[in-house]
Design a protein around this ligand. Structure first.
Ligand SMILES: [Zn+2]
Length: 115
């Protein structure tokens, strides 16, 4: 499990995924966003500063013009899924790992795949 605010990716997360898949045999990567995400909300409302800005800028780029919080969350998840798939395309030990995206509903505990 790799936990990071806003399920954003940088080289640290990608390195952890690579290690888990190539060296530990992890067969499945799930990018799991969640409803009522404060990081997505901050990206939607442009209210962040300091190092948090790195997170919200990444989310803002992922969600584009979307303003609905749930659809923004889904778009942010799909952005990360696409990036992981792209980064490891052609990687001999990782290209067969399944990469999926899902959203956890904090109100009812359900998880719904979005890809
Ligand atoms: Zn969150």
């Amino acid at each position: 499990m790799i936990r990071v605010a806003g399920n954003v990716l940088d080289n640290h997360q990608l390195g952890s995924i690579e290690y888990a898949a190539a060296h530990l045999g992890c067969p499945l990567v799930i990018v799991l966003g969640h409803t009522r995400c404060g990081a997505v909300g901050a990206a939607l409302h442009g209210e962040s500063d300091g190092f948090i800005r790195y997170i919200t800028d990444e989310i803002a780029a992922a969600i584009g013009e979307e303003r609905d919080p749930l659809r923004a969350c889904e778009k942010n998840v799909l952005h990360a899924v696409g990036r992981i798939r792209h980064e490891f395309a052609g990687h001999p030990e990782i290209e067969n790992v399944s990469v999926r995206g899902a959203v956890y509903d904090v109100l009812d505990g359900s998880v719904r795949f979005v890809d």
